[in-house]
Design a protein around this ligand. Structure first.
Ligand code: GNR
Ligand code: NI
Length: 179
C-alpha cells in the first residue's frame, strides 16, 4: 500500500522515533508499504516517520532504473563508527520536494541494525549507501538535511514551505506548522 508522505513544515518530522520492539509480520508489512511508497515517489530511501510512523526503521534501494530492485530494510539502526574522511554530496528529501543542496558528512560509516528476519547485522558503508544511511538515521532523530546547511539557507527553505502550506490550507485539511 502506498502511504501519503509527510511534508515540511509538519512537526511530525521533528519527532524522535521509538525503537522497534519485535520484528513480526505487521512490521514486515510496514516495510513493504515503505518500499512501495519509496518506489512510487520515486526515492532511494525512506524513514518510517516520513509516512507518519515514529518507529526506528528505514528502507533503502540504490539500484539503477535498468537494474532489478535491491531493497534493504534497516531496523533500529545505529552508527557505531564513522570514517575520518568527509564527503560532499547533493541531497534531496521526499519530505522537502524539489529542493536540493550539498551536504558534508563522513564518507564512510559502520551501522549495526536488525534485518527483516530479525537477525542482527552490521554493514560497513561508503559512497551513496553511507550518505543515504546517515540521511535516513537523521530522520529517526527528527533531523532533516537542511539542518546541515547555513541558517540562511535553512530559513529560506522553511519559509518557502510554510507559505506553500498556508496557501494549500484553503483546499486541503490544515497542515500544522513548525519552525
Ligand atoms: O530520494 C532521496 N534521494 C537522496 C539523495 C541524496 C541523499 C539522500 C537522499 S534520500 C532521499 C529520500 C528521502 O528523503 N529519504 O529520507
Ligand atoms: Ni529524507
Amino acid at each position: 500500500m502506498i502511504r501519503p508522505l509527510v511534508i515540511l513544515p509538519d512537526p511530525v518530522l521533528r519527532q524522535v522515533s521509538e525503537p522497534v520492539e519485535r520484528v513480526d509480520d505487521d512490521l514486515r508489512k510496514l516495510a513493504d508499504d515503505m518500499l512501495e511508497t519509496m518506489y512510487d515517489a520515486p526515492g532511494i530511501g525512506l524513514a518510517a516517520i516520513q509516512i507518519g510512523i515514529p518507529r526506528r526503521m528505514l528502507v533503502i534501494d540504490l539500484s539503477r532504473d535498468d537494474e532489478p530492485n535491491d531493497p534493504h530494510v534497516f531496523i533500529n539502526p545505529e552508527i557505531v563508527a564513522t570514517g575520518e574522511q568527509p564527503n560532499v554530496h547533493e541531497e534531496g528529501c521526499l519530505s522537502i520536494p524539489d529542493y536540493y543542496a550539498e551536504v558534508e558528512r563522513p564518507a564512510s560509516v559502520t551501522v549495526r541494525y536488525i534485518d527483516r528476519d530479525g537477525e542482527r547485522q552490521e554493514i560497513a558503508a561508503d559512497g551513496m549507501m553511507a550518505t543515504c544511511l546517515q540521511h535516513e538515521i537523521d530522520h529517526l532523530n527528527g533531523v532533516l538535511f537542511i539542518d546541515h546547511l547555513s541558517r540562511l539557507k535553512r530559513d529560506m527553505v522553511v519559509r518557502k514551505f510554510r507559505k506553500l502550506a498556508v496557501r494549500d490550507k484553503d483546499k486541503a485539511p490544515p497542515t500544522r506548522m513548525v519552525g
